[in-house]
Design a protein around this ligand. Structure first.
Ligand code: SAH
Length: 350
């Protein structure tokens, strides 16, 4: 078979692999062995599958390829953050970011090449969505950053956030497939409670996640609890109005009993007024939740400016007086364009 007509072996499920071996007059458990090499040991070639015979390895070689990502460029921030330019098998590039703190190392993972949403303040939105990442491409980013975490910080990866490029809930099947491999005991065996999926807010998909009883956390990028303003900031919100979003969050909470985290940037003169604060406080009453007030990371557009400290303080005290947990999150990796909303393959394009 020509290499380009061969199937990527990682698109096969465990059942598919077992079936492949029985159809080729071998035993089904070989499928489990291969599955472990691919998803637990993260191997990228057939020669390395040392518990398989030579003839089995060449059988695999004849039928399949293993497409894998390459770290094309690695940039280190002076705060320790590492940004990877990740080259895919078709030469497209996404970025992923490893963020160390005193107690954690968090991997920020991409789910799409570019993004189809149109948030006015986000650099990724300026790159049109080229394609969804496959489950293995999502998984490989995690493995690569897990290895970096051990190499540079002498400890395993502790947390994963789907806050890189793209909208994870618009690539739901591959996202779930990748998370399965990250969490299964014959995969990386990470606890789902250490994983957070961040969405711009797609009500139908939030309800689907609730129905699927997912065990990871949910973050919603809210930025405004006033429909009219939210539409200006995130025009797609016209199709996904706040009322529907609120209903889906209620449903999520009812089904999963998990608090939602709201990501929220406060901009000067845009959403820093008292009416904005009151609207957020009201919205937060829908279900148990936390609010992350995120620092704005400039993307070379001067219509957006970070709000003054006193306005951020006003948000904090209004939320706290309603007993809503609020944190103010400082950006990491800003000097290398690795912070939230700055991922735009800049280094690759230069
Ligand atoms: N599409 C998903 C995943 C991307 S996460 C989502 O929107 O949640 C990226 C996070 O960074 C989101 O909370 C997003 O709203 C935020 N963000 C985007 N641009 C930003 C910027 N310039 N400064 C700070 N945060 C930004």
């Amino acid at each position: 078979m020509k290499p380009e007509t061969k199937k990527d072996i990682r698109s096969l499920s465990l059942e598919d692999l077992r079936l492949f071996f029985t159809q080729n007059h071998d035993q089904a458990f070989r499928g489990n062995q291969v599955y472990q090499w691919l998803w637990q040991k993260g191997i990228h070639n057939f020669e390395g599958m040392t518990n398989l015979s030579k003839s089995t390895r060449s059988l695999l070689e004849t039928h399949f390829v293993i497409n894998h990502i390459d770290i094309d460029q690695l940039q280190k921030s002076n705060d320790g953050t590492i940004k990877n330019a990740v080259k895919l098998h078709d030469n497209l590039v996404v970025e992923s970011v490893l963020i160390p703190t005193e107690t954690r190392t968090t991997a920020c993972v991409s789910s799409q090449v570019g993004c189809s949403l149109d948030c006015k303040f986000c650099a990724t939105a300026k790159i049109k969505r080229m394609r969804n990442l496959n489950a293995d491409e999502i998984y490989d980013q995690v493995v690569a950053m897990h290895q970096q975490s051990i190499l540079y910080f002498d400890r395993p990866l502790s947390n994963i956030v789907f806050m890189g490029m793209g909208e994870p809930l618009m690539n739901y099947k591959n996202l779930i497939n990748a998370i399965d491999k990250i969490t299964q005991s014959d995969g990386l065996g990470m606890s789902p409670t250490r994983i957070t999926v961040s969405t711009s807010g797609i009500p139908k998909m939030i309800m689907k996640m609730a129905d699927d009883q997912v065990r990871f956390g949910l973050a919603v990028s809210l930025h405004s609890a006033r429909q009219e303003l939210r539409e200006q900031l995130m025009p797609f919100a016209e199709k996904f109005p706040l009322n529907d979003l609120a209903e889906s969050i209620k449903y999520w909470y009812k089904k999963t009993a998990k608090a939602v985290t709201y990501e929220y940037v406060v901009w000067k003169g845009i959403n820093d007024g008292d009416e904005d604060i009151n609207a957020l406080v009201d919205f937060c009453k829908i279900s148990t939740c936390k609010v992350n007030l995120i620092e704005y990371n400039p993307i070379g557009d001067d219509q957006f400016l970070q709000a003054n400290k006193d306005r951020i303080g006003a948000y904090e005290s209004a939320l706290e007086s309603e007993r809503i947990i609020v944190t103010v999150r400082r950006s990491r990796g800003k000097d290398i364009d690795a912070a939230c909303g700055q991922l735009a393959n800049k280094a690759e394009r230069e």
